[in-house]
Ligand binder design. Structure first.
Ligand code: SF4
Ligand code: SF4
Length: 366
């Protein structure tokens, strides 16, 4: 078996887990998936002795909470992703449940929805991702205008980062398609990518191959938007999984939320120990009740307070369980966000708003 095959990688990780896990159960205590499956050591032992259990990793959100909690600092998320990759490599995993998500990915990267634009002399592009411009169109437009006012010769790249395929373990597909996107961006002369979506941030950070990756919140921290009216209310923060471990960014997000006038309470939920919103790893397409269990944890912590987050996907999933708001909506349109009057398109309408965003941006960027 080649040393770098998905199965060889998985076995190496499984041995690390089997040898390092003390079965303290700290990770199991916080995760519904591990509560069902047993400790990571039990899963690794089963895999090493029988070769079984890989497909169960499609019920793991890949949220990274267990890796953060584990006192032995074991590479648990890598282990579960490797299980997915090895299972996918056998060709026996049906993609049928994931077809809507994979279509979403392909549409995001299609000619109709993508855009590659960089003014002469520019080296930085805004990469808004697939979800944000369609579900938060007013804030996406306001954000682009704000960024253009403060980042000289800012360009815009609209496409998909292919995180869905990455997390489903379709590594060859991901590397081919994200690699093409990355090479195209680099060939334009881009050195810096500004992301609005935490998933895009993670993909570009891990696979950008020399591209500098910053979030739009870094720019907003340097050049705050000062146009919004202040609002009142109690709130907690929800940290998107890809921002786990990004302590400086989490502080900036909390500061931005507090600057809207909200009374933001720091909880154990906010930061490194934040649970998944329920969207992670496309678990909801296989085990909707497991995905919902994550959202319910946040709702229980919120106890009626507004949940502020910085990911359009988290807003969508948490809104099923609690009152959730996107930080950028609050920053640019605080009153409308709090009153619930800010337009938040759903379903097919989101595609229309993505196209409108693209067409307006193309017109304005010239
Ligand atoms: S769902 Fe999250 S906490 Fe549970 S095993 Fe997967 S990565 Fe770890
Ligand atoms: S927290 Fe770490 S050591 Fe404890 S059961 Fe989980 S993987 Fe094992």
């Amino acid at each position: 078996m080649p040393a770098s095959s998905p199965t060889a990688d998985l076995h190496a990780l499984a041995r690390t887990i089997a040898e390092g896990c003390t079965e303290c159960r700290a990770c199991q205590f916080r995760c519904g998936f591990l509560h069902e499956c047993g400790t990571p050591k039990a899963m690794a032992d089963l895999l090493l002795t029988t070769g079984k259990g890989r497909a169960r990793a499609f019920e793991c959100s890949l949220c990274g909470l267990c890796s953060t909690i584990c006192p032995a600092r074991l590479p648990l998320t890598e282990f579960f992703l490797a299980m997915r990759r090895a299972a996918m490599d056998t060709g026996r995993i049906s993609l049928l449940p994931y077809r809507p998500l994979l279509n979403y990915e392909l549409i995001g990267a299609s000619r109709l929805f993508s855009l590659f634009q960089l003014p002469r002399g520019g080296d930085t592009v805004f990469f808004p991702g697939c979800t944000f411009p369609g579900t938060h169109p007013a804030s996406a437009r306001a954000l682009l205008a704000h960024l253009r006012a403060h980042v000289p010769d800012l360009g815009l790249v609209m496409s998909c980062c292919f995180k869905p395929s990455h997390d489903l373990g379709r590594q060859d597909f991901f590397e081919k398609h994200f690699g093409r996107l990355r090479n195209k961006i680099r060939s334009m002369g881009v050195t810096t990518v500004l992301t609005a979506c935490p998933n895009c941030f993670k993909v570009f950070s891990e696979y950008g191959d020399g591209l500098t990756v910053r979030t739009v919140y870094d720019v907003l921290a340097e050049h705050p938007f000062a146009g919004g009216a202040h609002v009142r209310g109690a709130a907690i923060m929800h940290t998107p999984c890809p921002y786990r471990g990004q302590d400086r960014l989490q502080d900036a997000l909390r500061r931005m939320a507090a600057e809207t006038g909200l009374d933001v309470e720091k909880t154990r939920q906010d930061g490194a120990l934040s649970p998944c919103c329920g969207e992670g790893g496309a678990v909801g397409m296989l085990r909707p009740e497991l995905a919902a269990g994550w959202g319910e944890k946040t709702a229980a912590m919120a106890t009626g307070r507004i949940v502020v987050t910085s990911c359009a996907g988290c807003v969508k999933f948490l809104s099923k369980h609690a009152r959730a708001a996107h930080l950028l909506d609050l920053a640019f349109f605080p009153a409308g966000t709090m009153a619930g009057t800010l337009r938040r398109p759903k379903g097919l309408l989101t595609y229309l708003y993505r196209l409108l965003f693209k067409l307006r941006a193309r017109f304005n960027l010239g």
